[in-house]
Design a protein around this ligand. Structure first.
Ligand code: DGJ
Length: 739
């Protein structure tokens, strides 16, 4: 049993492998948070509660004239605006009579032996226990049902809230967040992941001081700019030590994550749907389900936190046939041809690819309607038979005859004004009548909240996908939302549209993925603009960034690794000089970096030299050989790329310590400067390991303890090993346990 309720103390304790989560129903019925951290040895930590007097922090009505009890100081599970807690809240509601101050108190609870499915929303799955606690407004029948599913092996708790209106009249929700985590201490940092197009998930670590720090998106999607994943950690926390808490939202729309240090120097983190632009009318008898948030704790540093998320998301978030299956090495024609292709050119690229061991061709943007450039045809998901003569069935036969699979690109949520779809349905895009429409990449956004719109897009996609033996779909989204107004919603419900848009996208994904379970879906939004745990429920991999420069990718993939498994990170070798940065790097370096992801190519393989073609063959073999280590092994960030930017180093280690793969990329070589010592991880201390470079050159034999405790020093640029350690040189070193 991972969930216990102590009837006498009114305390709930959720036990995981290394941690405990504890909360209690207080004497007034409020549900207070007590602890999420290292184990408690079966004890209670109710003694931590600060029940002193605080002027300007009122006591709830039930305390009468007693002054020393205020919600404004107490740690809570689901704080509500208006009822005496002035800190950031999860719920803000107006009841039918205009009252804004519901007081949520314990009503009942039950323990389920499974994970409930959240209808229409992504969620973790798999064996677990779930605690369901119902809170009720002391004054009306407004209910909030809190769910806590315990994934004990990963020290993870999946949380969400369901707001149920039984008040007898409609109510208005202004905020309905998913999670609150109170820690009754100060001295924390917030790690978050900011970015922009072609520069996603840059790590920023900032002290939490008095006041609020929030990261959010109001772009209609999780966005390149901020990610719905944050880490709260001790000031002193490192990769290997210190307490840290991950808060990750399984949602792909507007979100907010807020970290606050309050007047009593306690810390609160909240996360959920962004209240900006959100308002929901809840009729009597209806309920509103918030998205799920996955909380993970590690008392052993940030590295362990990431590894817990990696395993949890790989095994209990990604679904379907492809979640754990080996992914094909692919060639994508985007950077090889852009819009300039026809079936013969594609087949020629595939012929070369198959000869080099590549397993799948992905036909990217430009195969449909009148799509000769990016100004037109989105929404016309009908094969352009001038470009793909004989249709997709014929192309697929030719590709399959080469022993390769075929994949196809779509951008289902978008519409071009120059399209048959727009000419037939100019009202289907998000826009308010009588107002302008802002264009992004010269395209508009379909109103995905509408069933008729989704049905139409579904039917076109279904027809194309059933016309050939497709193995893969790339689902792209190349602009953010504006003009968020729907013809289907009354004026007082337009605040529901951002969320209804996301629900509509999820519904379409669910439908198509159910109809084509054999197809591997890869998510994309101008690269990694929608790289979130919500999307990973539908797509087991996501194109990580439109920036394919391996040096830029080091930081992007580094940041992504904090919260997301390597098996989800779309990464390709592209041409050099790189199309985004103009930087020249070796084929080998591009291969080493792309191999720390779902490996593939994105260039015209026919244009490679014989030597480079030989390298493709070797890379594909190496990727196959290392596949399970990279995808199922433990991932270690060996150097902090925010503290220094001269070298990047990371390692994959088998869980049983039998082998490991060390990756080093020199970003900026400095004269006479010894490279940092790398403390390897995940090895068997007493065993010996043989270190061999990927070109077969043996480096030496060391014990696991020596490599972890004393470390491994990569040579400086002018030393004999590794030869050629110049700017942008990469080294992949295999470690094999030999006794
Ligand atoms: C953005 C994606 O990230 C690219 O890989 C490519 O598919 C283009 N869209 C096509 O328009």
């Amino acid at each position: 049993m991972s969930i216990r309720f102590d009837e006498n103390k009114k305390t709930f304790t959720l036990e995981t492998a290394h941690a405990a989560y504890q909360m209690m129903v207080d004497r007034d019925g409020f549900l207070l948070h007590l602890h999420f951290g290292d184990k408690l040895g079966g004890g209670s930590c109710a003694g931590l509660l600060d029940t002193g007097y605080m002027d300007f922090s009122p006591a709830p009505d039930i305390e009468g004239t007693y002054r020393n009890y205020t919600l404004d100081l107490l740690p809570q599970e689901y704080p509500v605006f208006g009822a005496g807690d002035y800190r950031s809240h999860c719920m803000n509601v107006t009841l039918a009579d205009g009252a804004r101050n519901p007081e949520l108190v314990y009503a009942s609870h039950r323990i389920l032996s499974e994970k409930p499915v959240l209808e229409g929303l992504p969620g973790l799955h798999g064996a677990c226990e779930t605690l369901e606690i119902t809170l009720r407004d002391r004054w009306t029948d407004l209910e909030v049902v809190l769910l806590y599913s315990v994934f004990a092996e990963y020290d993870a708790i999946a949380r969400s809230a369901r707001i149920v209106n039984r008040t007898g009249a409609p109510i208005r929700l202004h905020a309905a967040l998913s999670v609150c985590l109170d820690v009754q201490e100060s001295g924390f940092d917030l790690i978050h992941f900011w970015g922009r197009h072609v520069m996603e998930r840059q790590v920023e670590r900032t002290p939490i001081t008095h006041g609020k720090i929030s990261v959010d998106s109001v772009r209609g999607t999780s966005s390149h700019q901020h990610n719905p994943f944050v880490i709260l950690c001790d000031h002193m926390a490192t990769e290997d030590a210190g307490r840290c808490w991950g808060v990750s939202l399984l949602y792909s729309g507007n979100f907010v994550a807020c970290a606050e240090e309050d007047q009593s120097c306690s810390c609160r983190v909240t996360m959920g749907i962004n209240p900006t632009g959100f308002e929901w009318r809840l009729e009597n008898g209806e309920s509103f389900q918030t998205p799920e948030a996955a909380l993970v704790y590690s008392g052993e540093g940030i590295g362990a936190l990431s590894r817990r998320y990696h395993k949890l998301y790989r095994r209990n978030l990604c679904r379907g046939e492809w979640a754990l299956k080996q992914r094909p090495v692919l060639i994508n024609n985007w950077e090889a041809t852009y819009f300039e292709f026809d079936d013969d050119k594609l087949v020629r690229i595939a012929e070369q690819a198959s000869e080099l061991g590549v397993e799948m061709l992905v036909v990217d943007d430009g195969w449909f309607g009148n799509r000769f450039d990016d100004n037109r045809a989105l929404g016309d998901w009908i094969v352009n038979t001038e470009k793909v003569r004989g249709g997709m069935g014929k192309l697929c036969e030719r590709i399959n005859a080469l022993g390769m699979k075929l994949g196809l690109w779509f951008e289902p949520e978008m519409i071009s004004e120059d399209s048959e779809l727009y000419r037939a349905h100019p009202d289907w895009c998000l826009h308010a009548p009588g107002r302008g429409k802002s264009r992004g990449r010269n395209q508009l956004v379909l109103d995905m909240s509408r069933k008729d719109v989704r049905d139409c897009i579904h039917d076109m996609m279904y027809t194309v996908l059933s016309s050939a033996n497709f193995a893969y779909v790339k689902w792209d989204m190349n602009r953010h939302l504006t003009d968020v107004w729907s013809a289907e919603l009354p004026a007082d419900r337009q605040g529901e549209l951002y969320h209804r848009f996301v629900l509509g996208v999820y519904e379409l994904l669910e439908r198509l993925e159910g109809e084509f379970p054999q197809i591997l879906f890869e998510g994309c939004s101008g690269g990694g603009g929608r790289f979130d745990a919500g999307m990973l429920y539908y797509h087991p991999q996501i194109w990580c960034s439109d920036d394919t420069d391996p040096i830029e990718r080091l930081e992007i993939q580094y940041g992504t690794s904090f919260g997301y498994p390597i098996s989800t990170v779309g990464a390709h070798v592209s041409a050099s000089p790189n199309h985004q940065t103009g930087r020249t790097t070796s084929f080998h370096t591009r291969g080493v970096v792309a191999m720390s992801g779902t490996f593939g190519y994105e260039l015209d393989l026919r244009k490679l030299s014989e030597d480079e073609k030989e390298q493709v063959r070797a890379q594909v073999k190496q990727y196959h050989r290392q596949y399970s280590l990279i995808n199922d092994g433990d991932y270690y960030r060996l150097l902090d790329l925010t503290a220094q930017k001269d070298i990047s180093a990371w390692e994959f280690a088998a869980e049983d310590g039998s082998r490991a793969l060390l990756n080093i990329v020199y970003i900026h070589v400095r004269g006479n400067c010894p490279p940092p010592v790398l403390h390897l991880r995940g090895l068997t201390p007493d065993a010996s390991y043989r270190l061999t470079e990927d070109n077969g050159r043996e480096i030496g034999v060391w014990t696991g303890a020596a490599l972890m405790n004393a470390g491994f020093r990569p040579a400086r640029s002018n030393a004999c090993y590794p030869a050629g350690a110049t700017d942008y040189a990469a080294f992949q070193i295999e470690l094999e346990r030999i006794d």
